[in-house]
Design a protein around this ligand. Structure first.
Ligand code: 5GP
Ligand code: MG
Length: 177
């Protein structure tokens, strides 16, 4: 284990089982609503990098991947202006959209991107996050698929960073205090 990691919260095996289950649930839903099942997968960079790579291999339908950038964190805490800056959004008019992010914390990022995507008139939109913190702010945000509920602590690994580091760790863990 990396020396900076205090303990592992979710091990790689549990992540992979859960990601498969999320993929199956999303597929089942889309098969029900639309026999054609073509989707635009909108992945919020950079934290969802590994999650989205694994998740999309459990989605057998026709998919276009679009990346959007969002940043609200500086080091360990949400930036004081608290308004995530969002990059350019893809054209999703008339499409089924699956919005994918790493973690729901304040919920500002997902709320903001989802409401802006809705203005572009997609046929449907659903959100999927790997992690959701047990915080009122995070629980209030509409999100159809959640991998794991976690306590309110700062986690890294499996795409999630601290100051740009630790994204490459295969497990999700908590860094040493
Ligand atoms: P929000 O507060 O808008 O829900 O989350 C914004 C972004 O902050 C998330 O997409 C994620 O990239 C980052 N973030 C929130 N909580 C954590 C955390 O515990 N660890 C890491 N590494 N990033 C986090
Ligand atoms: Mg993020």
């Amino acid at each position: 284990m990396n020396r900076d990691i205090d303990h592992i919260l979710i091990a790689r095996g549990a992540i992979s089982d859960r990601v498969r289950a999320l993929g199956e649930a999303i597929t089942e839903h889309l098969e029900e609503v639309d026999a054609e099942q073509e989707i635009v997968l909108v992945a919020v960079m950079t934290g969802s990098l590994i999650f989205v790579a694994d998740l999309m291999r459990h989605l057998p339908m026709k998919i276009r991947i679009q990346l959007v950038t969002a940043s609200s964190y500086i080091g360990e805490s949400t930036a004081s202006n608290n308004n995530p800056s969002i990059g350019e959004l893809p054209d999703v008019k008339g499409r089924h959209v699956l919005l994918v992010d790493d973690i729901l914390d304040s919920g500002k990022t997902l709320t903001r991107i989802r409401s802006e995507l809705e203005l572009l008139k997609p046929q449907s939109i659903q959100s999927c996050v790997l992690l959701r913190k047990k915080l009122p702010s995070a629980m209030e945000v509409p999100c159809e698929y959640v991998g794991f509920e976690i306590e309110d602590e700062f986690v890294v690994g499996y795409g999630l960073d601290f100051d740009g580091y630790y994204r490459n760790l295969p497990d999700i863990g908590v860094i040493c205090p």
